[in-house]
Every structure is written in structure tokens, then in C-alpha cells.
Design a protein around this ligand. Structure first.
Ligand code: SF4
Length: 276
């Protein structure tokens, strides 16, 4: 017997998936579920935006969450490590938690998004033919080429409509959604604490979200992994303060001289901490 199609909108709350959802509604497309994987790490403005979209559209947004929060997974979760694990060798068998995620260790994507989503969706799979609407914009060609996005059950309406990332943002703005200005600061919006975000976004996080920046420092102080390969969060703060100092003095914040003085300051800070 042919299964009924179950149409799931993968909803992140960002500009692309919001544009996709609003346009799908406008075009009268069938929507059976709007699914948001809540990492617990979105900016407050993003949560407000999602609540507002839910109110405005009248659709129930299903929020799936991990069993344990990010903080527990990063610091306290008991982890079985192989004897050859560099973490076990360096810190001993008692070291708990994954530590900061990194480019080769994106445990957070699996734990905070993939696992909760799969746990929710697996109840539907035996009874329905699943169709997933994914908000990949028409100009995100690299993302589209990824193997997961070649899945025949995945549909990319923004590509079909020829909507680029800029079109999506413009469309959302035209409908009155502005995320409290988040997209005026950031090109992409995801977990505020993500170690994979560029320095440019971290500069803005420090200036515009000082409370989150303080939380980031606190998490980093307790972490056995360094936030960025070359910097702790406190070192990033030193760099950003030094940049501000240079700007005030009309000095460049790039180049050999800048980097040499920055290195000196960072080394002095590291020596000071070792002595303390
Ligand atoms: S945005 Fe960063 S912290 Fe959040 S799930 Fe993705 S990789 Fe992890």
C-alpha cells in the first residue's frame, strides 16, 4: 500500500528557513510538521523570532531538545575514552565531558540536533513517506552538493524558486521580521557560543552581547580544550582590546608589527598565569 506523504519543514529560525516557511504558506503548500532542533544556544532574539513566527502563522512549531544540556555534555558527561586517547593520556581517566567542539569533533551537532531530531522522526517513518523541506538558498551551491542534501527525500524549494540568501533576508524584512537586528550584525546566525564562528563574529559578540561574552569566558576557564586553536577566550579579549587601542592611536590592526606586539602581550599574559 502506498504511504501518505508527511511533509516536514526543517526550521532553524534563520532567514532562509523562515523565508521558505512563509513562502510555502503563501503558496498553499502542504505542511504537516515544522521542526526546530533547539540546542538551547540560540540568541534570545532568535527564540523571540521563532515564537513570533509561530503566533503569526498559527502553525505549531515542534521543538525537539537534547536529553542533557550543552553545558552538561561539555563538562560533566562521563565519557569512555580509549587508552590511546590524548585526553586520557593528558588528564587521566576521570576527565568528564567532551570539552569545546572543534572542526574535527563536532559532537554538538550530533548530540544537540541529529539525535533529538531522529528520535522524534523515527515514530513517523514506519507509517509515512517522509519529505523534508530544507532551506538551502539558491546560491549555496557548495552546501547543495553535500551528500546529505542529495537525498531524494529532501526538497529545496528556495533553489526551485531561485531565492538567494540575500533574497530570503529581503523577503523576511518585507514581512516585518528583523530578528531584533541580528542580521545587521551577523551574516549567519547559529549558536552564540560556537567555537567555529569567525573572529569577526566574536568581536561583535563581545561588544553587543556582553553577558553572553562573560558566560563564554566562564565556560572557557573551566574547559580542558582551548576555545580556538590559537586563543582562549580571555586571549581573544586581549586581542580585541589591543585592536581597539591601536584603532584609537591610528595604528593598523593587521600586519607583522601588530602581530609581534600582540604575541608579546599574549606571552606575558601566559607567563603571568603560570606564575600565579
Ligand atoms: S553552531 Fe557550532 S556549537 Fe552549534 S551545533 Fe553547530 S557546530 Fe555545534
Amino acid at each position: 500500500m502506498e504511504k501518505t506523504i508527511f511533509n516536514v519543514v526543517s526550521y532553524s529560525g534563520g532567514k532562509d528557513s523562515t523565508a521558505m516557511l512563509l513562502k510555502m504558506i503563501e503558496q498553499g503548500m502542504q505542511i504537516d510538521c515544522v521542526l526546530f532542533c533547539d540546542t538551547g544556544l540560540e540568541f534570545p532574539q532568535m527564540y523571540e523570532h521563532i515564537d513570533r513566527v509561530e503566533r503569526d502563522t498559527g502553525l505549531d512549531i515542534t521543538r525537539v531538545r537534547p536529553d542533557m544540556p550543552f553545558e552538561y555534555l561539555m563538562f560533566d558527561k562521563p565519557i569512555k575514552r580509549r587508552d590511546s586517547s590524548p585526553v586520557k593520556i593528558k588528564y587521566g581517566a576521570g576527565m568528564t565531558g567532551h570539552g569545546w567542539p572543534g572542526p574535527k569533533m563536532r559532537w554538538c551537532t550530533r548530540a544537540l540536533k541529529d539525535t533529538p531530531r531522529e528520535r522524534f522522526l523515527k515514530a513517523f517513518r514506519p507509517y509515512y513517506e517522509m519529505r523534508y523541506y530544507v532551506g538551502i538558498a539558491a546560491d549555496e551551491t557548495k552546501r547543495l552538493e553535500r551528500k546529505t542534501n542529495q537525498n531524494p527525500a529532501h526538497v529545496h524549494p528556495l533553489v526551485e524558486w531561485g531565492m538567494t540568501e540575500a533574497d530570503c533576508l529581503e523577503y523576511c524584512y518585507s514581512k516585518g521580521y528583523d530578528w531584533g537586528g541580528l542580521y545587521e550584525l551577523f551574516d549567519r546566525v547559529s549558536c552564540w557560543c560556537c567555537p567555529l564562528q569567525p573572529l569577526e563574529d566574536l568581536r561583535k559578540l563581545r561588544v553587543h552581547f556582553p553577558e553572553l561574552w562573560e558566560q563564554l569566558k566562564g565556560w572557557d576557564d573551566r574547559n580542558f580544550r582551548t576555545y580556538k586553536p590559537d586563543y582562549t577566550v580571555r586571549e581573544l579579549e586581549m586581542r580585541f582590546q589591543f585592536e581597539e587601542e591601536c584603532i584609537r592611536m591610528g595604528k593598523p590592526i593587521r600586519g607583522k608589527e601588530f602581530m609581534a606586539e600582540l604575541r608579546e602581550r599574549l606571552d606575558a599574559g601566559r607567563d603571568g598565569r603560570r606564575e600565579a
